[in-house]
Design a binder for this molecule. Structure first.
Ligand code: C5P
Length: 235
């Protein structure tokens, strides 16, 4: 089975503060997107990486790929993304050649995922799961609230789900290609990850162990952590 990775990188990253689109911000001197691409291409099972660029940034992303050393055995494609993450992933799926039957979807915002995590996801799909997510137990207790109209206003707590049954899920998420395509054709509404769309088809999604270093770079503090992880790897 051939495996391709789709990297949605078309988000603006407003929560990170002002500046360039998140995927293009430097981490250890290299754009976050390049780290994310390498993280996928480092897996020997991945033979194609499809990068979904900001709608007006495809040329810039192509230039970026040419400027950085990437594994020669991997093919790369760049396609323009959409207004939502879901549209961006769909654009990536539409660009996939016929002969790929396993697809990973990996956030550009998770530049430091270790290759062992990538390989564990692929292996679980090869073993027959239609959808696989890397997952970790939660440190924080989670509350369901009635969201307030204005940010910062007190919000009544509605429920406290049993933490021992909750998992924080990461990417890459791995899929049987036909299943993910069907999910994107059928499921509407705003999904925050791809696996939930497969769940909505009534199919079983399974977890494999995630990794702390696969965290999502969302807020300014995450950049500090990412720089520290990189510095430690370079020791
Ligand atoms: O916004 P969020 O952190 O959930 O974004 C996750 C990933 O989806 C990021 O890598 C971001 O670049 C990507 N994205 C996208 N197209 C959008 C919005 C987000 O490719 N319109």
């Amino acid at each position: 089975p051939r495996t391709a990775a789709v990297i949605p990188a078309a988000g603006r990253g407003v929560r990170l503060g002002p500046g360039a689109p998140k995927a293009l911000r430097a981490l250890g001197g290299t754009p976050m997107l390049v780290h994310a691409i390498r993280a996928m291409a480092d897996s020997r099972a991945v033979s194609l990486v499809v990068v979904v660029a900001p709608p007006d940034g495809a040329a810039e992303v192509k230039t970026l790929l040419d400027a950085h050393a990437l594994p020669e055995r991997t093919d790369f494609l760049v396609v323009p993304g959409g207004d939502t993450r879901q549209e961006s992933v769909r654009a990536g799926l539409e660009a996939l050649p016929e002969d790929y039957d396993i697809v990973l979807v990996h956030d550009a915002a998770r530049p430091l995922v270790p290759v062992d995590t990538v390989d564990a996801v692929i292996e679980a799909v090869r073993d027959g799961a239609v959808a696989v997510v890397p997952a970790l137990p939660l440190a924080d207790t989670v509350k369901e609230v009635e969201p307030a109209a204005e940010p910062g206003a007190p919000e009544p707590v509605l429920a406290t789900p049993d933490r021992s049954r909750l998992r924080a899920v990461q990417t890459p998420q791995g899929f049987d290609r036909a299943t993910l395509v069907r999910a994107h054709e059928t499921v509407t509404g705003n999904a925050t990850d791809d696996a939930s769309m497969v769940e909505q088809l009534g199919l079983t999604v399974v977890t494999v162990p995630g990794h702390e270093e696969a965290f999502k770079v969302t807020r300014p503090l995450d950049m500090v952590l990412a720089e520290a992880v990189l510095a430690r790897r370079r020791l």
